[in-house]
Design a protein around this ligand. Structure first.
Ligand code: OGA
Ligand code: NI
Length: 309
């Protein structure tokens, strides 16, 4: 097959990441499944999540259309060279420490809260872009708060504990559209190297090309998704707030030899000035495993691979 990949890049495990059906009327069971998956994998897929399939299809169409535009038109929303913020379109080709390179073009723009939206970085390729992304943001926020509610109760805390730990209504939702070009020689390039996300919790959808892998029990597991699933990745700040009860899911993205791949993670993250650390209620009789950090500083240290704890 044209898409066959060297074995190093194939998931070796026959296991799948946990799948949680949110339409199950037994909410206790659903909550327990979400808690267990977050303790063991730090990653799971939700199906029957209630976000309309049409909305997701439209969101993907609009993002795909943007990446099909001529380079010059994409540059209209480019991240300014002197920007200290993440928003905008960038084409990124960089070397990691081991000499292998990563290559993906991407577009970042915040989608929530409204006060932090900068429409200057939203594509203008379709008059629908704004409405569809705003609607998707509202849906993802609802899903995110539902999941964080179950995770809070799983810690023996009130429903809003994790959301408040991340900054309550100041929590930001950041859309990233990633365009991975095809790569005929997979040993030269990664899409995204082995990492955990530095935000609070991530919600990822992708086109029909596989590529996302989870690292579990020293093995890479291919994440299989179709149009109906959303991949939920527990990220660093929820791990830290929960004093390590929840795991920050390790993952990477491989490239395809002949096809482009697009993915749409939304990162829920604290405001840059918010201080995040283990919740006091969780460290009454135990020592905190993590230092509290202003999120801006955490981000800087992690992105520059500096010591954290
Ligand atoms: C990321 C990431 C995976 C993917 O952007 O943090 O892990 O499948 N992306 O694109
Ligand atoms: Ni990631």
């Amino acid at each position: 097959m044209a898409e066959s990949t060297p074995s190093e890049f194939q998931g070796t495990s026959p296991v799948d990441i946990p799948i949680v059906d949110l339409s199950n009327p037994n909410e206790d069971l659903v909550a327990r499944a979400v808690v267990k998956a977050s303790e063991t994998w730090g990653m799971f897929q939700v199906v029957n999540h209630g976000i309309p399939t049409d909305l997701i299809r439209r969101l993907k169409e609009l993002g795909t259309e943007f990446f099909e535009l001529p380079e010059k038109e994409k540059e209209a929303v480019a991240r300014p060279a002197d920007s200290t913020d993440i928003e905008g379109y960038t084409t990124d080709y960089k070397k990691d420490g081991e000499g292998r390179k990563t290559w993906a073009d991407h577009l970042f723009h915040r989608v929530w809260p409204p006060s932090r939206i900068n429409y200057r970085f939203w594509p203008k390729n379709s008059p629908d872009y704004r409405e569809v992304n705003e609607e998707y943001a509202r849906e993802i926020k609802k899903l995110s708060e539902k999941i964080m509610g179950w995770l809070s109760e799983g810690l023996g805390l009130h429903r809003d504990a994790l959301k408040e730990g991340l900054g309550g209504e100041t929590v930001e939702y950041l859309m990233k559209i990633i365009f991975y070009p095809p790569c005929p020689k997979l040993e030269l390039l990664y899409g995204a190297p082995h990492h955990t996300d530095l935000n609070g919790i991530t919600f990822l959808i992708a086109d029909e090309v596989d590529g996302l892998q989870a690292y579990q029990d020293n093995k890479w597991v291919d994440v299989k998704y179709d149009d109906s699933g959303i991949v939920v990745i527990i990220a660093d700040q929820i791990k830290r707030i929960s004093n390590g009860r929840y795991k920050s899911g390790e993952h990477r993205a491989t490239m395809d030899t002949v096809r482009t791949r697009l993915s749409w993670p939304v990162f829920a993250e604290p405001n840059l000035d918010h201080v995040v650390g283990p919740l006091p209620e969780l460290v009454l009789d135990s020592t905190p495993k993590f230092k509290p950090y202003v999120y801006r500083e955490y981000k800087f240290l992690k992105m520059n691979k500096l010591p954290l704890d």
